[in-house]
Design a protein around this ligand. Structure first.
Ligand code: AMP
Ligand code: GLY
Length: 419
């Protein structure tokens, strides 16, 4: 089969690396890909959001499957456009990708179908939001832009002044563009966070092994939020009992709700969960694999990923059984100095081959490119060093051993991933 993966991050590298193991793959393409991906797939210079360009390429090359990994092209309807051109595509259609693309949609869906989540209010108008906040006496509150904002559209406001600043930033200054024109203000929840990714073919849902992201940039969860500085799978906080509770009260009701709304969800649903003292609640949905969750979940998957993708597209996931390795995976992200603020690019990277020579270590590329023969940095998150081992302690030790071999100027990472 000829398969194209849309996107250019560590998540896409992990997907490509898993697909490359499938005996049925004849040719892998990535658009636009990155330096690491180019060692396992042919990179095509089409931007991830270029719907027409992607469809043209898929038709020209007579591709057998296109995997749309990032949220933006999903929200733009890339899957719908590919299908309309007769190309099989993995990922939700636009009307289902709204589960991530609009927080107001997802909050209202959860309220309508009794899916546990934080109490909330939605505001389309800034004056109404300000009036509401004037009457709030319990802080923190959480303020969220309705639309896609690169994972940055969530502000935890610790007092009224911070809340008003957040609302002004989103609704008046349009810091997140149109995404912040409408907002959700919600109750602040506490408890360990858990990510569960699940394959879904519209009717059947198969959860993958749980994981945990580390979003703040510094050790001990200090500093501003990032796209994710590292991950561990399985998530030590996720018990068998919780998994049962989630399946019954969250996962299956979500699938049914989307079906009943006439928006059957095919692809990967990302359940961002919090184990609160009142039970597990949904913090957010995403309509895709997580980044860097994918870099720890797929290395533990024993199935042929291509088989699973096809079962989703053909709506026969009920015939699939997912198998995961028993051990643990840890991914440490190496970021450019200054990230998530401004940072420089073009720094030469060394030591990846030495890291990958260690047992169980795989380095996934995110922001990298070739400058001639030299591998250089090309983004905020540069690399993800994943280690798979029998236990959590071993996986952590092995991942940091891998990290110790890699260098680029300004390199920063968290030293407490998995702890
Ligand atoms: P999101 O982009 O929705 O995942 O939010 C980013 C982060 O903000 C989450 O991973 C949580 O750490 C935090 N967060 C979001 N919503 C809440 C909430 N209702 N209560 C507490 N923390 C939250
Ligand atoms: N790691 C968080 C996300 O993919 O949205």
């Amino acid at each position: 089969m000829k398969v194209l993966v849309v996107g250019s991050g560590g998540r896409e590298h992990a997907i490509i690396h898993a697909l490359a193991q499938s005996p049925r793959i004849e040719q892998l393409y990535a658009a636009p890909g990155n330096a690491g991906i180019s060692q396992e797939a042919v990179c095509v210079p089409i931007a991830a959001n270029d719907v027409a360009g992607m469809v043209d390429f898929a038709v020209q090359q007579e591709l057998d499957l296109v995997v749309v990994a990032p949220e933006d092209p999903l929200a733009l309807g890339m899957v719908d456009a590919l299908e309309a051109a007769g190309i099989r595509a993995f990922g939700p259609r636009r009307n289902a990708a709204v589960l991530e693309a609009s927080k107001i949609f997802s909050k209202n869906l959860m309220a309508r179908y009794g899916i546990p989540t934080a109490e909330y209010q939605t505001f389309l108008d800034m004056d109404d939001a300000v009036t509401y906040l004037d009457g709030v006496d319990k802080f923190p509150v959480v303020i969220k832009a309705d639309g896609l904002a690169l994972g940055k559209g969530v502000i935890i406001a610790h007092d009224r002044q911070e809340a008003l600043q957040a609302v002004t930033k989103m609704m008046q200054d349009q810091a997140f563009g149109a995404a912040g024109g409408r907002i959700v203000v919600e109750e602040f929840l506490t408890g360990p966070e858990i990510t569960v990714l699940a394959f879904c073919d519209g009717k059947t849902l198969l959860p993958m092994v749980s994981s945990r992201d580390h979003k703040p940039v510094f050790d001990g969860n200090k500093g501003p939020n990032t796209g994710g500085m590292g991950t561990i799978a399985p998530n030590p906080a996720y018990t068998t009992e919780m998994a049962r509770e989630c399946k019954e009260k969250i996962f299956l009701p979500t699938v049914r709700a989307m079906q009943e709304e006439g928006r059957p969800f095919k692809g990967v649903i990302y359940f961002g969960l919090m184990a609160t003292p009142q039970g597990v609640k949904v913090i957010e949905y995403n309509a895709r694999f997580g980044d860097p969750e994918t870099q720890v979940v797929l290395p533990l998957l024993e199935n042929d990923l291509l088989d699973v993708f096809e079962a989703v597209v053909d709506e026969r996931l009920d015939q699939v059984q997912l198998q995961f390795k028993p051990g643990c995976a840890v991914c440490v992200c190496l970021a450019s100095g200054g990230y998530p603020g401004s940072y420089e690019k073009g720094k030469p990277i060394t030591g990846i081959a030495e890291a990958e020579a260690l047992s169980g270590v795989q380095v996934y590329h995110a922001g990298t490119k070739w400058e001639g023969e030299t591998l250089v940095t090309n983004g905020g998150r540069v690399l993800g060093v994943t280690a798979v081992a029998g236990s959590r302690e071993e996986a952590i030790a092995q991942a940091y051993d891998g990290v110790s071999h890699i260098y680029f100027e300004g390199m920063q990472y968290r030293a407490d991933i998995g702890r």
